[in-house]
Design a protein around this ligand. Structure first.
Ligand SMILES: NC(=O)C1=CN([C@@H]2O[C@H](COP(=O)(O)OP(=O)(O)OC[C@H]3O[C@@H](n4cnc5c(N)ncnc54)[C@H](OP(=O)(O)O)[C@@H]3O)[C@@H](O)[C@H]2O)C=CC1
Ligand SMILES: CC(C)(CO)C(=O)C(=O)O
Length: 331
């Protein structure tokens, strides 16, 4: 099948390589040195799914009509990236693999004539140098739609399942929320320059992560979200976690870190910082802040993490654990 992958970074590059390895005819879009590297030597996939070099067509926009499109940019880039390719998207199913809560609405607004399917990657992957993507933790893909008709999601799953285990979820909003809780691991590495595992191993940083996670779960519950089981987290366990004191709740980030495994995972937000790019923090912790406001509440820990990530984006300097702890204690 002809598959177009818009934004072949960590997640998109891995999916493009898996699809090419599975025999699909893949064209990717990329920019700058990454585009040049892919054109010269293909996408080099390394890590948990083995070593494979995918020789794929690569351009700044898609040049051939695809039968399926995968959008895997950061949240803030998806609308522009889709619009740049709109001429070839009419009637084509679009899978948007993206963290946060906005993926489907944004893609539907950008390409109203496409069936839009949301995707959540439960694997961890790093794009640290042009042309190379390294999978640090293997995992599944979850797909779903905004409404009742899940035929497009089942179609997308039928294409992807042979190359990556793919599950259709009925309550996709609930799945996005569970992933939003998991993505509470992203901010502190971006603020400190440490890996997720190093952050969780630090008692004070783990406490802050636990506090932001608990705040996010409480916000979801106030918004009447039914969390979907994903990566070991489900509605009942998260509801229990939300009721626990911080000292006990720290077991959750520890468990999540153990699931991630031993290969250091920077998370996608720290990867943006290291490349000197804007992060999607406004769509992660920032989404929790906005959702809290919708129910007349606040999310001060998440708001602080958003502020600190923006401080690091602006200054280019990571913050010490001491500094982050004192800002947290001052709340
Ligand atoms: N990395 C991970 O382990 C995981 C990431 N996610 C989520 O997946 C999504 C993608 O993240 P990730 O893969 O890490 O992000 P990356 O930044 O690694 O990849 C995004 C790619 O999209 C490119 N891009 C942006 N705009 C355009 C455009 N208009 N045309 C062509 N290319 C474009 C970027 O290019 P450029 O660099 O030039 O901006 C970049 O190469 C995010 O929502 C993230 O939260 C989910 C699970 C795991
Ligand atoms: C869960 C995690 C942290 C995997 O790397 C992720 O989704 C991300 O990096 O955005």
């Amino acid at each position: 099948m002809r598959v177009g992958v818009i934004g072949a970074g960590a997640v998109g590059g891995s999916l493009a390589a898996l699809l090419a390895r599975g025999g699909h005819d893949v064209e990717v879009t990329a920019r700058g040195a990454h585009l040049e590297a892919i054109r010269a030597a293909g996408i080099r996939l390394t890590g948990a799914w083995g070593d494979y070099t995918a020789v794929v067509e690569a351009n700044s926009v898609l040049t051939r009509a695809p039968e399926l499109v995968i959008v895997a940019t950061k949240a803030q880039d998806s609308v522009a990236a889709i619009r740049e390719n709109i001429a070839l998207l009419r009637g084509v199913p679009v899978l948007v693999v993206q963290n946060g809560l906005d993926a489907i609405d944004a893609a539907t607004a950008a390409s109203p004539r496409s069936d839009v399917v949301g995707g959540l990657a439960a694997y961890a992957t790093s794009y640290l140098s042009p042309g190379v993507v390294t999978v640090t933790t293997a995992g599944n893909l979850y797909v779903g739609v905004a409404g009742e008709d899940d035929v497009p999601a089942r179609y997308v799953a039928s294409v992807l399942n042979p190359v990556i285990p793919t599950t259709v979820v009925q309550n996709f909003v609930g799945a996005q929320w569970t992933k939003l809780i998991i993505n509470q691991v992203n901010a502190l590495p971006a603020i400190t320059g440490l890996s997720v595992q190093e952050v969780v191993a630090d008692a004070r940083l783990r406490r802050i992560m636990t506090a932001s996670m608990r705040e996010a779960v409480r916000t979801g519950l106030r918004r009447k979200v039914r969390f979907v089981s994903l990566q070991g987290l489900g509605h009942r366990s998260l509801r229990l976690f939300a009721a626990l004191p911080l000292a006990i709740g720290g077991a959750l980030p520890s468990l999540m870190s153990a699931r991630i495994g031993k290969v250091p995972n920077p998370g996608s937000t720290l990867q943006s910082i290291r490349r000197g790019q804007a992060t999607e923090i406004d769509y992660l912790n920032g989404a929790v802040v906005r959702e809290a406001e919708l129910v007349g509440s606040t999310a001060p820990v998440n708001a602080l993490l958003v502020t600190l990530v923006h401080d690091v984006e602006d200054s280019g300097d990571f913050l010490t654990a001491d500094h982050v702890w004192s800002r947290f204690r001052a709340l």
